[in-house]
Design a protein around this ligand. Structure first.
Ligand code: GDP
Length: 177
């Protein structure tokens, strides 16, 4: 089982970034609490959530930060990125613009985060199959070019959310150990 309540070997800070309304908060609560909140409002005030998992025998507390809506005001500061070992860079597969902005978010990470940060590109809302505007192949190609991991998820159904986070945490664990 991945979930444990023992002593912590590592705390890994992970930041969730991407355009507004792509589902960052829902992905986070799906992973941290296995919840999807249908009437979620703004997340102002929430800083991070944690979940402890075991990876290769190490007890890892993932401390996952939400932008708390600040991305709307271009106010994501370097304090947000400080100490982050991983990033979930989220776009919405039904919103082309949110994918077009991914390159900008990667630049933001390269400018403000540690150079060894592990990045997982996430195409969210994969349940909305009829509304898809971003081809999986295009995202795979971008991710390969930029050296990012990639997954398509649905915070609504829960598909791939767990595996995307666990992959990111495994890679961070590989980098730090
Ligand atoms: P954030 O601004 O990036 O944190 O986005 P939110 O998590 O607040 O989600 C924005 C909107 O998209 C909300 O109405 C969510 O209910 C909806 N949403 C988030 N994830 C999914 C998903 O996987 N599938 C669908 N269909 N809707 C989603």
């Amino acid at each position: 089982d991945y979930d444990v309540q023992e002593k912590t070997d590592y705390v890994f800070k992970v930041v969730v970034i991407g355009d507004s309304a792509v589902g960052k908060t829902q992905i986070l609560s799906r992973f941290a609490k296995n919840e999807f909140c249908f009437d979620s409002k703004s997340t102002i005030g929430v800083e991070f959530q944690t979940r402890t998992v075991t990876i290769n025998g190490k007890v890892i507390k993932a401390q996952i930060w939400d932008t708390a809506g600040q991305e709307r005001y271009r106010a994501v500061t370097s304090a947000y990125y400080r100490g982050a070992l991983g990033a979930m860079l989220v776009y919405d597969i039904t919103k082309r613009q949110s994918f077009d902005h991914v390159a900008r978010w990667v630049e933001e990470l390269r400018a403000h985060a540690d150079s060894s940060i592990v990045i997982m590109l996430v195409g969210n809302k994969a349940d909305l199959v009829d509304l898809r505007m971003v081809l999986t192949e295009d995202a795979v190609e971008f991710a390969e070019d930029q050296g990012l991991f990639f997954s398509e998820t649905s915070a609504l159904s829960g598909d791939n959310v767990e595996s995307a986070f666990l992959k990111l945490l495994e890679e961070i664990n590989r980098v730090v150990s």
